[in-house]
Ligand binder design. Structure first.
Ligand code: AMP
Ligand code: MG
Length: 395
């Protein structure tokens, strides 16, 4: 059995950066810039403009009454010339006409009979100068998957397309004679294939492109045929068939027609996890049990997918959390317990969301974190805190 850290190291050594492609900005949400350094092609803002609805004037003319000689709205091209002793009405975002240097907000001015009365103001107040947000030529670092604000920055630069990393295509292979696709009719002894849909969602969330392979029965030839098809992708992720049972063919297929790097790790849940290669493509054989499949995906496949995009680690936030009550675990393995964490009286607490069995899906769905309890400890101890990997919002 390999330690978790050794297995992680060996798997991550397989990461290969994907190539780059251009996508429209409208399709760039969540994508990863091929080059995180973007050079501002223009000043943002590109012209001096008003930060408020108000009056544009010369600060040196205040305090006192100024003649209102016109109006400038956002988007106006032809600007009036404003002389000493004059002011113009101006809207937020409108260009500052030549001659003026200051804006006084509507609420600080009184206008009547074409004259506006204004208290003393400072030069430059409520004026956004060119480049005051980002000067042209600035190297802007947007290193992570593009979030709305990063997309806004790119749009403000006038970019309609961005160069991003191609999403790795990840083939999903479900193995098992007992599996039926959701929507189908269950016969005695059959269950719905929950891993295929779950893994597709997890692949998407990690930044990959899921490619669903045909589900296979527990025969060596069916598994091998599926691996051949899957080898057109960047990565193959299978579930089931990696244990020691007579019907477990994934590991055998790798040993026979591909190569097997390792297949057992000291992790709970998820002891059987096979990593190898088929036709030059990395294959990760996840355990069949649904909780094991998703947790080992989280721990191993998610970081691998991210690494192919040039991203570091698993991208999850971590906090320290103290279990409210003891939670039993296997002393020999590092456990990733399904818990709910929350803040209470200045402390972050964790509570088991239910049975910790590797087939008990509901507690995983109701968890917002995985509590990491080291190998060598037989229980999560309420007298101390542990690392918790946040999977969602704090409850
Ligand atoms: P295996 O690793 O193939 O021995 O499967 C272990 C357990 O996980 C068995 O109870 C299987 O029925 C179950 N299982 C395997 N694959 C899936 C799947 N795709 N969806 C739901 N459960 C599965
Ligand atoms: Mg099976």
């Amino acid at each position: 059995m390999l330690t978790m850290d050794e297995a992680y190291r060996r798997l991550m050594a397989r990461a290969r950066l994907t190539g780059a492609e251009e996508v429209p900005l409208s399709a760039a949400a969540g994508r990863v810039l091929a080059d995180p350094r973007v050079i501002a092609p223009l000043d943002v803002p590109s012209f001096a403009n008003s930060a408020m609805d108000g009056f544009a004037l010369r600060a040196s003319d205040t305090p006192g009454g100024l003649r209102v000689v016109g109006e400038v709205a956002a988007g106006t091209e032809d600007l009036p010339v404003v002389e000493a002793g004059e002011a113009v009405r101006i809207t937020t975002g409108a260009p500052l006409p030549p001659g003026v240097d200051t804006v006084v907000p509507l609420e600080d001015a009184q206008e009547s009979d074409g004259v506006v009365t204004i208290a003393l103001t400072t030069a430059g107040a409520f004026v956004r100068l060119p480049g005051s947000d980002t000067p042209a030529g600035t190297v802007v670092c947007l290193p992570h998957a593009l979030h709305p604000a990063a997309i806004a920055v790119l749009a403000s630069f006038g970019l309609a397309e961005v160069r991003v990393r191609r999403r790795p295509r990840v083939a999903i292979l479900s193995t098992g004679d007992e599996l039926v696709a959701p929507g189908g009719e269950l016969r005695p002894g059959q269950i719905y294939d929950s891993n295929a849909a779950a893994l597709a969602a997890a692949i998407l969330e990690a930044g990959g492109e899921p490619v669903q392979l045909e589900r296979v029965t527990d025969t060596r030839s069916a598994v091998e045929a599926a691996l051949r098809t899957g080898a057109e992708c960047d990565l193959i992720v299978s579930s089931g068939g990696v244990s020691v049972g007579q019907h477990d063919h994934v590991r055998a297929a790798l040993e026979g027609a591909g190569s097997l790097d390792f297949w057992r790790i000291a992790v709970q849940p998820g002891k059987p996890l096979a990593v190898g290669e088929y036709a030059g493509v990395t294959v990760i054989g996840l355990p069949g049990n649904p909780v094991s499949a998703l947790v080992t995906f989280e721990l191993f496949v998610r970081p691998l997918i991210r690494a192919t995009l040039g991203l570091q680690g698993d991208g999850r936030l971590r906090v320290r959390a103290r279990p409210e009550e003891p939670i039993a675990k296997d002393g020999a393995r590092r456990a990733f317990l399904r818990v709910s964490v929350w803040r209470e009286a200045g402390e972050t607490l964790a509570r088991s969301t239910g049975g910790q069995g590797s087939a008990q899906l509901r507690p995983l769905a109701e968890a917002n974190a995985l509590l990491v309890v080291p190998e060598g400890e037989g229980t999560a101890d309420p007298n101390r805190s542990y690392e918790a990997i946040l999977l969602g919002d704090l409850a």
